[in-house]
Design a protein around this ligand. Sequence first.
Ligand code: 6R9
Length: 650
Amino acid sequence: MANKHTIEELSYEARTFDPPEEFAAQANVTAEEYDKAAADRIGFWAEKAGRITWDKPFDEVLDWSDAPFAKWYVGGRLNAAYNCVDRHVEAGLGKRVAYHFEGENGDTRTITYSDLLREVSKAANALTELGVKTGDRVAIYMPMIPETVFAMLACARIGAPHTVIFGGFSAHAISDRVKDCGVEFVITADGGYRKGKPSGLKSVVDEAMQECPEVRNVLVVQRTGQDIDWQEGRDLWWHEVVDRQSDEHTAESFDSEHPLYIMYSSGTTGKPKGIMHTTGGYLVGTSYTHWAVFDIKPETDVYWTAADIGWVTGHSYIVYGPLANATTSVLYEGTPDTPHRGRWWEIVEKYKVSVLYCAPTGIRTFMKWGREIPAEYDLSSLRLLGSVGEPINPEAWMWYREVIGGDRCPVVDTWWQTENGNILISPLPGVTATKPGAAMRALPGIVADVYDDEGNSVAPGNGGYLVIKEPWPAMLRTLWGDEERFRKTYWSQYPDVYFAGDGAKIDKDGDIWVLGRVDDVLNVSGHRMSTTEIESALVSHDMVAEAAVVGARDDTTGQAIEAFVILKESADGGGEDVVKELRNHVRAEIGPIATPRSIMVVPDLPKTRSGKIMRRLLKDVAENREIGDVTTLADSSVMDLIQEGMSGDA
Ligand code: 6R9
């Protein structure tokens, strides 16, 4: 029953897809794993720690006595880079490919585990020569090239926590982060290739450095060969310093709780949060979830996370998880439509990718372009598909399954956050009967629930706030330099549980649907609704590729629903009729309460670099306000286009 304490359930999905028998028969994980973890959660995580090579075994699995500050694998010592590289070479896997690198401009590079060991060792020696010490923070601002991985692992190897900054962020974003975590050493490149052109990175770092006098060196990889400014004494070429180093380096072990990296997450307001991850728990968590959720068979799979390394998804599922598991991955530098719209599918065909992991924004873009494009390529190597970053609309899920997965590949919708370190809620591909659009169930060893305002679990069929009730190994340990904000943001809404800040519902079968950020929840005449479900109703119309819904102030109803839609290229134009038809469609799919007050056809939507729709900017448009901070947009010209459309409308 709906009341003011819950988010109303607007729709129920009846379609389910059992794991294919053949897939289930060979799957890494079976249903018993849930029971095992439920019977003894700590014992379960103790066992999973066996995936990692410890230099010194841990004495205690979890110390939660100083909650919410967790210590996992207490007393254990290990080296993350050793676990990702050396031990595989020692085990005779040196010839296995770690990365098939594909540059946007078409250049390629094959990096085996032996190559990786040599490159990381040289980079670690270089950092040491340049005075980088254990505990020093190193900022990395790079394109998606192999040196980015070498740099991260070199840092891990010497115990210098890295902070990777999205290659698309501004000088201001760099200087903020550099100052916040006291960085004195920066690694960058002259530029990278994006949308068919070399883009500048070093020039942006130069601008940022005007505000960061503490930075003593900037190490520069030559990627594009473009002209750059050079500050003698501060700037150093990677190829001059790293290439002459010895390719041998002995990795020292660090405490399990030694910081591995800091990743800044923008949050909706205020200054970015420096989310801190440590070594032992993070490696156990990323390695286990990569193996369990993606059913990884390192001998045969070719795995591709089509995401940026500067997003947590890249840290956990391009670098640490796959490497800890000795996997062969694809690393792609560029955009999906350069030089043509079949680029991703060409890569899948070329490397025979078997497991693909990407964001709904990508899938919806491919839907917009049409199914004829992927149909030109051989995608039969694919056996499993994953989604991450936003709720995936049921129609996008179905399209992904049918058009990309040939109706044979399970689709795993994986929910997690930078703070979580690894996937927490997801189907297991050999076990779970999936539903289009649902993240389904907490993984073994994870305890998730949905609470109402008072902190009671909501009854099936209701929505509320997503919480995690027990600590997990890869959880964030704190916010860099701000313990108070750490407590307040995640641990103060309810006693002793982690507050994710996402709305979610439990359907009548007990399955979890994540409904987006709680800040985005709508309240129309006292009915609390998620933007996601209304957006999904819009996307279920044949003409619509993407939709974003916001609540705008309304004198009568409190808030009114304003929708922004991108039409598929096959649907020509927009016009009055389309808007009317879409309003009726939502009314029929969900009910009158969810009918948008207005619908605007737009060429694009404002998104972050990880593909998340920035609804607060659309809300500014809908409420006729000045547009807020756009510095974390992937493409800031989008807002101009939308506003032009608005004024043209009036
Ligand atoms: C990994 C990542 C976290 C936020 C999270 C939620 C949204 C991510 C999702 C999803 C629904 C999924 N989110 N995966 N929502 N279904 N499968 O995205 O980390 O960039 O920190 O974002 O993304 O709102 O709270 P991060």
